[in-house]
Design a protein around this ligand. Structure first.
Ligand SMILES: NC(=O)c1ccc[n+]([C@@H]2O[C@H](COP(=O)([O-])OP(=O)(O)OC[C@H]3O[C@@H](n4cnc5c(N)ncnc54)[C@H](OP(=O)(O)O)[C@@H]3O)[C@@H](O)[C@H]2O)c1
Length: 290
């Protein structure tokens, strides 16, 4: 089985190319910048390089690993060359728009929206989360096969609709990135980073690690994600409201309400996740290692 990775010279494309070559698959990678594409080939070893159209003509499975911006252009370019027996999978971090775009343009082949919930730094597929977003009978049958393939390799797979996926990602990626970026902005404005690092305890170190890991990501991809997640504005408004509520409690020195509200939150979180006490333990271990 030959697999074409459109955008195979990029970070995630290379990750999947490397994974698939190790799995013994024949892989073709594409990319716009020829120097970057050849460098990727050199790094990966046993892969072919081609143009998008050539790759689609030669492959059985097509994985689209290009950025959200420009996704439709890529699909428009390749849609004329897909065949009925082909599988076309995208891995973009949002799902509603890319799945709609694939439905709109790809008339031959079965499409499937997927989202690997890890970055190019991941060592292996085992224990990683994958979201699959099939929308009809053919896509559900394909998703079942992909699920079996991934689960055999110890990955964790969840099937939801593209809409549910994007709703969840507004929080999982959208809000968490947003808080990290605003935190970085706050820390930099305070202009005391060196001293804070020197005298900080484990909670600050953990927080800073999180903030720095988001800030190290590609600003263009982060911007795309923030601008394309559908419920992002609603979630951030909710967050802003909560921020004001807690700031008021502190400002007004309303100790009793602060404590009660925090206790309620802890109870709700524990009720929702019975493993929370274990999660605390793991976090303490992680903090001790920092
Ligand atoms: N990074 C993550 O942590 C992560 C995790 C899960 C999912 N994703 C998703 O994976 C996708 C790729 O992300 P990435 O981080 O790998 O981005 P990236 O490093 O910027 O790679 C994107 C690749 O797409 C290529 N490309 C862009 N337009 C193209 C076109 N018209 N034809 C052929 N190739 C084209 C780029 O080639 P040139 O550089 O030559 O233009 C580059 O090789 C995105 O949709 C992202 O949302 C990312």
């Amino acid at each position: 089985m030959k697999i074409a990775i459109i955008g195979g010279s990029g970070k995630m494309g290379r990750w999947f190319a490397n994974f698939l070559v190790k799995e013994g698959r024949e892989v073709i990678i594409t990319g716009r910048n020829q120097r970057k594409l050849l460098e990727a080939k050199q790094q990966l070893g046993n892969v072919e390089v081609a143009t998008n159209v050539e790759a689609v003509k030669r492959a059985d499975v097509i994985v689209v690993s290009t950025p959200i911006d420009g996704f439709e252009e890529v699909i428009k370019q390749i849609c004329l060359y897909t065949r009925p027996e082909q599988i076309i999978i995208d891995i973009t971090s949002i799902k509603k728009l890319p799945v709609e775009v694939m439905h709109k343009h790809i008339k031959k082949g079965v499409i499937l929206g997927t989202h690997p919930m890890f970055g190019p730094g991941a060592r292996d597929i085992a224990n990683q989360n994958f979201v699959l977003t099939p929308t009809n009978k053919n896509e559900k049958a394909l998703a079942q096969k992909v699920r079996e393939y991934l689960e055999t390799r110890d990955a964790r797979v969840t099937l939801i609709t593209p809409h549910q996926h994007d709703e969840m990602m507004s929080v999982i990626l959208g809000l968490s990135h947003f808080i990290a970026i605003v935190s970085a902005d706050t820390l930099v404005s305070l202009d005391k980073l060196k001293l804070m690092r020197a005298i900080s305890g484990s909670t600050y170190k953990l927080w800073l690690t999180l903030v720095e890991s988001v800030i190290a990501e590609d600003p263009e991809s982060c911007a795309s994600l923030q601008m394309n997640l559908p419920d992002g504005g609603k979630v951030k408004k909710l967050f802003q409201g909560k921020l004001e509520t807690w700031a008021d409690l502190v400002e007004n020195k309303d100790r009793q309400k602060f404590v009660q509200r925090m206790k309620n939150l802890r109870n709700k979180l524990e009720k929702d996740d019975p493993d929370l006490p274990k999660a605390y333990e793991n976090m303490y271990k992680l903090i001790a290692e920092l």
